[in-house]
Design a protein around this ligand. Sequence first.
Ligand SMILES: [Zn+2]
Ligand SMILES: [Zn+2]
Length: 389
Amino acid sequence: MSEYQYQERQVPRDRHSEFRLGEGKISGYASVFLGGMSLLAVLAYLYPSYLTTTELRQLYDAEYLQNILKYGMYFALFFGAVTFYLKKFRMMGFSGMALTGTAFLLGGYTIPVGPVEAKRLSLGVDWMILAFLGSVALFVTLEKLIPKYKNQVILRKEWGLDLFYFCFNHLAISAILIFANYHIGHFDWAISERAQDSISNIPIFIQFALIIVCADFVLYWEHRLYHEVQFLWPIHAVHHSVETMDWLAGSRGHFLQVFSERAMVMVPLYLLGVEESALNLYVAFAALQAVLVHCNTKLPFGPLKYIFVTPQFHHWHHSSEKPAIDTNYSAHTLLFDWLFRTLHFPKGHWPAAYGTTKKLPQSYLGQMFYPITALLDQRKTTSSRSENP
Ligand SMILES: [Zn+2]
Ligand SMILES: [Zn+2]
């Protein structure tokens, strides 16, 4: 492997997709997104049983969030007016204002907040909006301040497809939790009350570290099986089909993978019986790390990059270059890749290309059915090989 010639990935400027001040494109997109989210938020205030997440509702103050909604709606109108004034993207300005206008007509930010009847299955509109706003504020800012590829644009190729995945994964949160809870029910036999008692008595920070290691072990092997078991690979190939790495890229994943990954990682969390604060710390850490490792950023991590999975490390997992294929499976730390000899982390280098060696369909439906079409293709190739030896 030492002879491999690493090359720097070239990202040419994409003037057509770039955001430039004064054109009306920035304000147009801001207006449409804020208007769209305001309308969704108003619908969530109107129908909280169906459009909000039971687990999440306990963590935020719905009345306080109406203040943020208020600013969101006024900014959507303001950006819409600016876009209209700048002329070039008038249609976007109009759409943003129309979405916000509808949100106002439905009750805006003054809908009374009362007790919510908890439904078993609901759509996580609240989770989707909060995660979107948080991700844009944190990760898009990071990508602009410390980018790895300076010329890479926010509206890169297939951003709409990945935004769809982002929305799907967040809206499906309660279905994912129901499935994960059903799944962990099969592991009751493995619970040891004595072990759980001793674990809950150790300091929170050590409990947190213990969860990281145990979850990483499960995620490592699940991930490795997705790569190395022939009929599982087409499911996971969807995640690898992304050719531009950024904060949104990690959202791309077949729903079977999204559901199975969350269900599997819940098993060690359930068996360890850790304190709730350690568990919450882990959930926040895992959620942030999962987005961060896909980001277009060269944020310096110093020696921490040899302990924790960082963007550079996970970008190598997405590389289509030969020495990097089927390496860097870990989600949290480098421990298991190092231990099981699947580490690929050439000093100072980043991948020259991302994606799968065999192209996947570029539509959501095409990718959803890809595991089936890929298996049928494999069968066809095998049978034609046996017919024509
Ligand atoms: Zn993978
Ligand atoms: Zn990834």
